[in-house]
Design a protein around this ligand. Sequence first.
Ligand SMILES: Cc1ncc(COP(=O)(O)O)c(C=O)c1O
Length: 444
Amino acid sequence: MSELQVQREVDEFVASTPKSKALQDEAAQYLPGGSSRGTAYFAPYPTFVDHAKGHHVYDVDGNGYLDFMINATTHVMGHAHPDIVAALQEQAERGNSFSGPTEAQVRLAKNLCERVPSLETVRFTNSGTEGTMMAIRGARAFTGKHRIAKFEGGYHGSHEYVSVSVRPPADALGPDATTPVPEHPGQPPSVSDDVITMPFNDLEACERIIRENKDELACVIMEAVSSSFGYLPADVDFLRGIREITEELGIVLIFDEVQSFRVSAGGAQEMMGVIPDMTTFGKIIGGGMPVGAWGGRRDIMALFDPTEGAPLAHAGTFNANPMTMVAGEVVMNHLTPEVYERMNALGETLRAKLRAVFDELEVPAQVTGVASLFGIHFTDEEIVDYRSTLTGDGDMTKALFTGLLNEGILIQTGGAGALNVLTTDAEVDALVDGVRKVVTRVRR
Ligand SMILES: Cc1ncc(COP(=O)(O)O)c(C=O)c1O
């Protein structure tokens, strides 16, 4: 794979997106790099979206893309689903946010508590970032301890205490995963003192680290299905082991299900049969509106209970706003067991077909993922943790992403993506054919 081949794909993209280029130039005058969101930017510039409908998103130049990015897995019912649009229209006419609670928040909270095994009570936020921040705050207050443990390569939003060893460059890595690497310059050294990092899927190392730090460790925060590793499910024995040690030592186990909640009605915890103390949410539960949530054990969540004096304050002007609540409710009601079954079976088909294409083309690649989620890594090394993801060929991933744009297909820049309820065999085959074409073209 040479830079030249990546450049050819980029040149083709530039030729078909002049209006996006003009908007990027204008945007760059007012927004740093023309952007307000790290994951929405890609070089040389992102396509500016005009509108989206169903499985497709359309840019300002009139290009249509079959969308497997779906706003980072959010649009599980596709874009602008008529039921969501109707619920939002109706709510907008009745007022879009109030200082008082609404019935809609009770309905969505009830729905979530009934379907998620760990959820006794829940509170809403406006982002997954706030959800993980509040879950950690709750764990610290409940245990009276200050340290937290996360996994090397794990992403839990952008607040300070999870901005450690998220995407550490290869040359910053210590001999093992336990060296915390600050995500940005100027991070207070106290953060690296308070955050312990651990290697994913390595129970022996984790058990040693957790036991060594047990007297100061408030919580372990992790994804049971790791988004950053291409939706890699943790080894079930590893997950069970982490549950057992944390339970034994009175350390709060937090599952970040901001992305993985879409794998089954009860999320990854239900699918894998391992129940944490606390869970965080985002993405699909807001029907495309800004959202986050955290919840879990009643005794821990009681720390936020205003009728009990609420030792922990949690305000937020738009928390549980009714636009988000009604849109989320439509999604939750739509996702019946049959819908999951169909969508997840198509995910299985997709992953098998992608593996077959890479075999056919004799390209070293790993296809990860579970249920309706997939990830592609150009390496012959098995993906088990952050370090194994670093063995992937980054130029090839960039060529695939840009080449697929040129084929009218949108995936995540890192080579991962998600299906939605509108996906059929036709969209799966379109993606598989697109991958075959791009890989064949860029390797030539
Ligand atoms: C696993 C995980 N946790 C937390 C977050 C943060 O959510 P938000 O972007 O809504 O702040 C994300 C966002 O992608 C995520 O994937």
